[in-house]
Design a protein around this ligand. Structure first.
Ligand SMILES: CC(C)(COP(=O)(O)OP(=O)(O)OC[C@H]1O[C@@H](n2cnc3c(N)ncnc32)[C@H](O)[C@@H]1OP(=O)(O)O)[C@@H](O)C(=O)NCCC(=O)NCCS
Length: 169
């Protein structure tokens, strides 16, 4: 299954997305953003891109990113989430992040960055798998930096996740 590009037309899919996890406060914020603001942000901000998996008419998972405003060689992930019923069921989040890293490498991007709550063990585990290095970003958060040219291969079967060499100048 291939991920699809998402835009403001996904408003109805976004409106029913559920990713809140008990005792993980940040997941409520992510859910609210997806439900209430994402469609407008995608409509109004041409720098924002989004990919998702749509399974049986539901948005199973999505990733949203933009090029950094400060650094042309960096892309910043704004959101990555998997809908409640699809967690740990098809490596949806990992596949989306790998696809984003593949696109970043193809575009000559040197760093893909994201911010992760220090208690988000699921995301920290996933980032570690993808070769991420974590640095402090204040009391609650870590910044994860990944070089898209050197992503370790997946442990699950996939035909699309081979690390790609950085394009030559
Ligand atoms: C984090 C999140 C996106 C993972 O989505 P997912 O589709 O279930 O993750 P995947 O199936 O792709 O998991 C890939 C790997 O990540 C790690 N991982 C994912 N969920 C995990 C969990 N609950 N506990 C431990 N490791 C986990 C594992 O290494 C996993 O590989 P494995 O299943 O082969 O062991 C999902 O839990 C979520 O939406 N959380 C709420 C939103 C959020 O916190 N987003 C991140 C913001 S920075």
């Amino acid at each position: 299954m291939e991920p699809v590009e998402l835009n403001a037309d996904g408003r109805d899919l976004f409106a029913s997305f559920e990713c809140t996890i008990f005792r993980q406060r940040w997941t409520r914020d992510i859910e609210n953003t997806i439900r209430e603001r994402l469609a407008d942000e995608l409509r109004l901000d041409p720098t924002l891109s989004a990919l998702g998996f749509i399974v049986e008419g539901q948005l199973a998972a999505l990733i949203v990113w933009r090029p950094s405003a400060e650094d042309a060689e960096t892309w910043e992930i704004a959101l990555l989430a998997t809908n409640r019923g699809f967690r740990r069921k098809g490596h949806y989040a990992e596949r989306l992040k790998r696809e984003l890293l593949r696109r970043a490498a193809a575009a000559g991007v040197l760093v893909v960055s994201s911010e992760v709550h220090r208690d988000n063990y699921a995301m920290l585990d996933l980032n570690t798998r993808l070769g991420g290095s974590m640095t402090s970003a204040g009391p609650d958060h870590l910044t994860c930096l990944i070089d898209p040219a050197v992503v370790p291969p997946p442990t699950y079967e996939s035909s699309d996740a081979t690390p790609r060499p950085r394009p030559q100048a």
